[in-house]
Design a binder for this molecule. Structure first.
Ligand SMILES: [Fe+2]
Ligand SMILES: [Fe+2]
Length: 349
């Protein structure tokens, strides 16, 4: 089931203003996006758990890169979604939910893997640079995202702003630097893209991966790349493709989505350190930060960034709790935090 955004006017009365159309379509479509994104997160959480359960001793990042660089683990990794012995022996509610989510998420990835091409990614970047989608403050952006995703379904327990605050509060509770806390708050703000000019869900959420070189077997559902037009293109289907050995990830075009979009917004408008920008840019790049794929494209700087992204990932995955914070109570703290790193109150989205 590939869920499409409703076409313009499909659920709209002719008398509606542009703002009303946007709000209505956003509410319906946004909720579907949110559900899908939650399922993707659950699968990543489960995969994370599987890796943790089967690892007796945690190797260092350097050891992991060395091990995975050989490519020997590709075959085993193709079957990551099949339950390990550990999980076969327990029948948990969480695992059944994972099985159910798997089909929907698989269909989502089939579409994403077919459509994320080099051509699409170049166009998405041109669109980003030649257009301003909205002008507002970071907090207004959070509220807009929250409202659009939230209003359609009273059963939604946790909203986008709850996830943002929970992630930020978990980072703050652990005494991490203020810039790190701000990353927690804004890392998913790029999902606003869905309401601006995305083509569907496939160019907003989901794990990301490089385009322009061979698709790694360590990307989730790797077989679905066979229908991507780039799959048979000799310019793009070799190990390095349009890149070169250890060229650095900054030179690599990652599939377009909320990470890459928000990275550019934050880079253009904030004084956040490079670790913070890397956390935003790569937080959905699971094939890299969890599976150590594409280590042959990394430079030394990326090794440092990998540590940062992995540090952030734990908070993204595991900070979702039932407790809801009082947003109004916390708002002054976070407004001050935003002001500290975003010199201009109103920014271009
Ligand atoms: Fe995200
Ligand atoms: Fe997140």
């Amino acid at each position: 089931m590939a869920v499409q955004k409703p076409s313009k006017g499909s659920i709209t009365k002719p008398t509606d203003s542009a703002e009303e159309v946007f709000a209505k379509e956003g509410k319906v479509a946004g909720h579907i996006l949110e559900k899908l994104d939650d399922e993707i997160l659950n699968i990543n959480r489960m995969q994370h758990g599987l890796r943790g359960a089967s690892t007796m001793k945690q190797p260092s990042i350097e050891e992991e890169i060395e091990l995975h660089d050989s490519g020997k683990e590709d075959e085993a990794n193709e079957n990551w979604h099949i339950a390990s012995e550990y999980y076969k022996n327990i029948d948990t509610k969480a695992f059944r939910q994972y099985d159910l989510a798997c089909d929907r998420v698989k269909q989502f990835y089939e579409e994403q893997h077919e459509k994320q091409t080099v051509a699409y990614n170049i166009q998405a970047r041109i669109n980003f640079k030649t257009k301003t989608r909205a002008r507002m403050s970071i907090w207004e952006g959070l509220e807009k995202l929250n409202k659009l995703l939230d209003d359609s379904d009273p059963d939604t327990e946790l909203s986008q702003i709850d996830h943002a605050i929970q992630t930020a509060e978990a980072i703050r509770r652990d005494g991490k630097p203020r810039w790190f806390q701000l990353v927690g708050l804004i890392h998913d703000l790029g999902k606003l893209l869905y309401f601006f000019d995305s083509k569907g869900q496939w160019d907003v959420v989901g794990d990301t991966f490089p385009v322009g070189c061979k698709f790694s077997k360590r990307i989730i559902f790797p077989d679905s790349f066979k229908v991507n037009p780039d799959f048979l293109n000799p310019l793009y289907n070799t190990k390095y493709g349009i890149y070169s050995k250890h060229c650095g990830l900054d030179k690599v075009m990652l599939s377009w989505g909320h990470d890459e979009y928000m990275y550019h917004v934050a880079k253009n408008n904030s004084t956040l350190p490079q670790e913070a920008l890397a956390m935003i840019r790569y937080h959905s790049f699971y094939p890299w930060h969890q599976e150590y794929a594409y280590s042959y494209l990394m430079d030394d700087h990326d090794k440092e960034m990998l540590k940062a992204v992995r540090a952030f990932n734990t908070y993204d995955l595991y900070s979702k709790i039932d407790q809801q914070y009082d947003i109004e109570e916390l708002k002054p703290y976070y407004l001050e935090l935003i002001d500290e790193f975003f010199p201009n109150k109103v920014i271009d989205f």
